[in-house]
Write a protein that binds this ligand. Structure first.
Ligand code: COA
Length: 162
């Protein structure tokens, strides 16, 4: 069975992430979405449990997508779940350098695991979790970027009226 690990902070999950996860689920037999527990570089809005539960709700119709949290190295969790592939989404050219650097490091750490980058669909090229949080905070419409339950959770967390 070909298993793909799709790691990220997912703070929160967006339709852009869903686009990558569901396309990966059509290619690989199983996709494990792995929520990074404590990215040191990021100030997170949602707890790990909240991020997991928002993703679970978003992917509940997909029988071959699982969700888990992880700490430590991505390649180590890939090994633990038996993934041969790590999936990443590429939005625009600026993502490339970061992804390329990470891919090279991951390949060095775990040569048996391959990194597969899927090009994000055009409508999500400019979506990021940080931008969405800012738009939501300023009471902009985020309904085309996140599922309704994520929009509701964002508004509640940010204290924005529904
Ligand atoms: N659609 C919409 N937004 C997307 C997206 C897509 N397809 N793909 C990425 N993004 C956004 C994310 O929402 C995020 O936005 P934000 O910065 O505003 O929060 C941004 O792009 C970056 O996300 P991503 O590329 O997924 O990075 P991340 O910070 O969420 O996760 C890890 C990075 C967890 C995969 C990486 O830090 C890691 O592997 N850590 C584990 C430790 C390790 O192994 N380190 C060595 C790595 S070589």
């Amino acid at each position: 069975m070909t298993i793909a690990l799709y790691p990220g902070a997912f703070d929160p999950v967006t339709y852009g992430h869903m686009d990558i996860a569901t396309r990966a689920a059509a290619i690989f037999e199983k996709v494990v979405m792995a929520v990074f527990h404590s990215p040191a570089s990021k100030r997170l809005l949602f707890s790990t449990e909240e991020r997991i539960s928002l993703i679970r709700e978003a992917v509940r119709d997909f029988r071959n997508i699982e969700v888990m949290s992880f700490t430590g190295l991505t390649v180590e969790v890939a090994r633990e779940v038996g993934a041969q592939v790590v999936v990443r989404g590429l939005r625009m050219a600026t993502d490339f350098e970061y992804e390329f650097e990470m891919a090279l490091m991951n390949r060095k750490l775990a040569p048996e695991i391959d990194i597969v980058c899927l090009m994000t669909s055009l409508e999500y090229q400019y979506v990021s979790s940080s931008l969405l949080k800012e738009v939501a905070q300023l009471r902009g419409d985020i309904s085309s970027f996140v599922p309704p339950h994520v929009a509701a959770a964002l508004k509640e967390k940010l204290g924005v009226p529904a």
